[in-house]
Design a protein around this ligand. Structure first.
Ligand code: ATP
Length: 474
């Protein structure tokens, strides 16, 4: 049995004929030395150009002392290095942010590129199955760029031809552990290129105190917390409907109260009215004086929702053919209907008639209220369809800590968990995890991690005093 096979395949051959050796003759092509040298030279020049382009700061730091030593001798170089180090230390101390932006993060990115990603790239790619070993050659996705900021490494990679984003999202765990990070989030940079985000620390691990009440009246977006990258998290409430889903103790209350807090100046100037539905009687009742209308009893809740529908329809009649968007005014304020634990009304309510009235009113509001200035902000513990059949009528959803991984996609939409919305991994310890959630912003399909500020009982009392016209609220 004679067979000519390339590379590694020979070792897998088994002869079925006794006493017959397997013969393997690799095809050898002699490459002229000049071509080999030209290829090496090309690779060297291209590699150097890439190095200069990607890591100018790190390269300057390494190359300048060598050049100075060569040109001026080591005495001058040591003196220059000492002076430069002192100047950089002074810069870093006096203006940390500009130093970090222009020098610090670039140096760190270079170091992480060399020490973490380049060093482990091949084994991690092969073991995780993202690289391929074919006919004796490794085909690896390309590591293109590493960028660092104060909380994460952002690694840009070029996928192998034929790979899909799902191949990577399925292996996020392998990548995180392979590169020694707590997690890995995968997002598309552009066709064929992905951005992998490896957090180095958790900027949301510490509770955030209540955001100061804004100075000017506004209907939003309301600043209610921070995003993982340290930027303010602003939630749009006017012109949309928001559903917040999270297990018990996940901090839904901090979202409701932070929104109310951010709208206080507008409430005081009559541009916003808040209608509160509090079937649990434990959350919103604490600041009852803040609300233009309040209901706790299921029958009263249904009446209140129907009253909101009536306002909505009356506005729609007036606006028809005249305008298409709502501008909040004292005569036509933005009405935000806040419902704490909406499942009490839509699923756990034993009176079928009341349940049907509530669901119908909520469905009408969420399908038609947006354009006429009636919004719904609802919180619920269990996002299953049986519990909240109209959850898809809410354009914006927030997933706080959830009990099961399947619930993440129920809230944020298909594939959200694969793209890194690990709401089922949020810590159940209130200091670490309450108020932490995942949202999808309009600007990107990728979920981002946010934390709402914690509005304490004292803050709510101060808000009541502020709304009554006294005090600064804080
Ligand atoms: N944003 C936050 N930051 C830090 N701690 C918070 C935050 N929000 C809530 N907590 C803490 O977590 C506890 C539970 O919060 P909260 O009652 O708002 O949760 P919940 O989701 O509304 O729970 P339930 O559905 O049972 O009412 C609070 O008593 C508070 O100590």
């Amino acid at each position: 049995m004679f067979k000519k096979l390339p590379g590694d395949e020979a070792r897998n051959l088994v002869s079925t004929t006794p006493d017959t050796a397997v013969v393997f003759r690799p095809a050898v092509m002699n490459t002229p030395v000049s071509i080999t040298l030209a290829i090496w030279l090309y690779r060297l020049v291209a590699g150097l150009a890439r190095l200069v382009w990607r890591h100018p700061v790190a390269l300057a730091v390494a190359a300048t002392p060598v050049a100075a030593c060569w040109l001026y001798g080591w005495h001058v170089t040591v003196a220059a290095v000492c002076m430069t180090t002192s100047a950089l230390t002074a810069w870093a101390t006096l203006h940390r942010s500009s130093f970090a932006r222009l020098v610090g993060w670039r140096l760190l990115a270079w170091w992480r590129w060399v020490w973490v990603y380049r060093r482990h790239w091949q084994p991690v790619m092969v073991v995780s199955g993202l690289g391929r070993h074919l006919r004796g050659r490794d085909y690896l996705p390309a590591l293109l760029k590493v960028r660092c900021d104060d909380w994460a490494d952002h690694v840009t990679v070029r996928m192998l031809h034929g790979q899909a984003v799902k191949d990577w999202t399925d292996r996020a765990d392998h990548l995180a552990h392979g590169f020694g990070a707590a997690g890995c989030r995968v997002s598309v940079a552009r066709a064929g290129r992905l951005r992998l985000t490896f957090p180095r620390r958790d900027p949301l691990a510490v509770p955030l105190p209540a955001i100061p009440i804004p100075e000017t009246p506004s209907v939003g977006p309301v600043e209610i917390g921070i995003c993982e990258d340290g930027t303010p998290y602003r939630l749009k409430v006017h012109g949309t409907h928001v559903l917040i889903a999270g297990a018990t103790g996940s901090g839904k209350g901090s979202y409701l109260w932070s929104v109310i807090r951010g709208l206080l100046p507008a409430m005081r100037s009559g541009l916003v009215q808040i209608w509160a539905l509090d079937p649990k009687r434990m959350e919103l009742s604490y600041g009852r004086e803040l609300f233009d209308r309040y209901a706790a009893d299921p029958a009263d809740c249904a009446d209140l929702l129907e009253a909101a529908v009536a306002v909505m329809q009356q506005r729609a009649d007036r606006y028809a053919g005249v305008r298409r968007v709502h501008e909040p005014t004292a005569a036509d304020p933005f009405i935000l209907v806040i419902v704490d634990e909406v499942a009490f009304l839509t699923a756990y309510q034993s009176d079928k008639h009341l349940r049907a009235r509530t669901i119908a009113a909520l469905a009408t509001l969420t399908t038609q209220g947006r354009a006429v200035g009636v919004g719904v902000l609802a919180a619920l513990q269990d996002p299953r369809k049986e519990v909240m059949s109209i959850r898809n009528l809410f354009p914006d959803k927030i997933a706080l800590r959830l009990d099961e991984s399947e619930q993440v996609d129920m809230v944020l939409g298909e594939g959200a968990r694969d793209r890194g919305a690990l709401a089922d991994h949020i810590s159940p310890i209130p200091e670490r995890g309450a108020g932490v959630g995942y949202v999808r912003l309009e600007s990107s399909p990728d979920p981002i991690r946010v934390r709402a500020a914690y509005v304490s009982d004292a803050d709510i009392r101060a808000m009541v005093a502020y709304a009554a016209g006294g005090g600064e609220g804080r």
